[in-house]
Design a protein around this ligand. Structure first.
Ligand SMILES: Cc1cc2nc3c(=O)[nH]c(=O)nc-3n(C[C@H](O)[C@H](O)[C@H](O)COP(=O)(O)O)c2cc1C
Length: 346
């Protein structure tokens, strides 16, 4: 009998609890993500998308530091726990304010903070953030460093391959090096440059040509920096091809206009053993969420507008869209509108 086990020895102390992990977030899998899109990737879209794919990383719409510091913080930060893994995209360029907002994001449970260095709108330029920050790499680096010092979750940057005439590979590589040195955890590259004057944000998503070759070269030159490619990718086949050289793929418009694209992602991209759901099963799972939000006063249309593309290019798509668009905005519209639209699609 060992001395420890004699009936006369002092009781063993309670086991010391394991130290809390520095970050509660496991390493983020960025192989596939849905892009941040203003007015589109709000919490209702994200909840819906999460019912389609368990593993795809989701991003919020861009939220400005001003809105978080001076505005209705909860309105911008609240989300459902089911939405994880979930990244918060911030728009701003004041390192202290970015750090303050990073702390809010971490406190609210986000898994990643992303800085918007890709939006070309005039409004954003006058606020000195978005794509125009590519001309101020040191300032972006200061934001990254300040945010990294404030939180334990990853800090990433979403950017373009250049702006205006400043589109040389050397300048892009120098920009990337500065961000890497500041501790940026991953770079998301929209594979086209932005014209800050003369093109609308919408045109800036289509007019400047896609240059995947530039992004692939950058990845080859910065092997240690996780890099995600974005722009013009519309299928999981293209995603798989890109993953041969990139760490991840971010899909924007197609994931919104044709969300069913995401249904095969868990298996095809993340290797999960689960089989894809059916659209009707997804909608049935969405009903309780919609009922809860309706009870809180959210109008039906604010949620169902994100569902219009669900049957994209499938039989019944038109009847589905028509019923939802004609009925869901009516005052007092409830979940029965959705159920009826489901019946019409068969
Ligand atoms: C409606 C809409 C809103 C967008 N809002 C944002 C935004 O808030 N932040 C951002 O970084 N990019 C934004 N983007 C750009 C997308 O994130 C993405 O970079 C772009 O659409 C290219 O990807 P895609 O070809 O897969 O759509 C937006 C795009 C669209 C269509």
């Amino acid at each position: 009998m060992s001395p420890e086990s004699t009936p006369f020895s002092a009781p063993a102390p309670d086991p010391v609890p394991a130290p809390a992990p520095v970050s509660a977030t496991p390493r983020l899998d960025r192989r596939l993500s849905v892009a941040p899109m203003l007015d589109w990737t709000d919490r209702h879209y994200r909840y819906f998308a999460r019912l389609i794919t368990r593993h795809t990383l989701l991003y919020t719409e861009m939220v400005t530091t001003g809105a978080l510091i001076h505005g209705e913080r909860a309105r911008f930060l609240r989300h459902d726990p089911a939405e994880h893994p979930l990244a918060l995209q911030l728009g701003g360029s004041d390192p202290a304010q970015m750090a303050e907002c990073a702390r809010m994001g971490a406190d609210w449970g986000y898994d990643e903070l992303n800085i918007n260095v890709g939006c070309p709108s005039d409004r954003v330029q006058s606020g000195r953030f978005g794509a125009c920050l590519m001309a101020e790499p040191e300032l972006v680096a200061d934001c990254v460093a300040a945010m990294k010092a404030a939180v334990a979750i990853p800090v990433t940057v979403k950017t373009r391959i250049g702006i205006d005439e400043r589109d040389s590979y050397e300048e892009l590589a120098a920009f990337t090096r500065i961000l890497q040195d500041a501790g940026c955890d991953a770079l998301i590259m929209h594979a086209r440059k932005a014209w800050l004057k003369g093109l609308s944000p919408r045109e800036n998503r289509d007019v400047p040509p896609l240059r995947y070759d530039v992004v692939h070269r950058l990845k080859a030159d910065f092997l240690a920096l996780p890099m995600v490619i974005n722009g013009g990718i519309t299928t999981l086949e293209q995603t798989t091809e890109q993953l041969a050289v990139m760490d991840g793929v971010m899909i924007g418009r197609e994931a919104y206009q044709n969300p069913w694209l995401l249904a095969a992602a868990d298996q095809a991209i993340f290797g999960a053993g689960t089989s894809p759901p059916t659209p009707h099963a997804v909608l049935e799972a969405l009903v309780p969420y919609i009922e809860q939000r309706l009870a809180e006063g959210v109008p039906l249309n604010a949620m169902t507008r994100h569902l219009l593309g669900l049957f994209h290019a499938r039989p019944g798509a038109k009847a589905w869209r028509r019923h939802l668009s004609q009925q869901a905005h009516r005052p007092g519209a409830g979940v029965e509108v959705l159920l009826e639209a489901m019946r019409r699609v068969g």
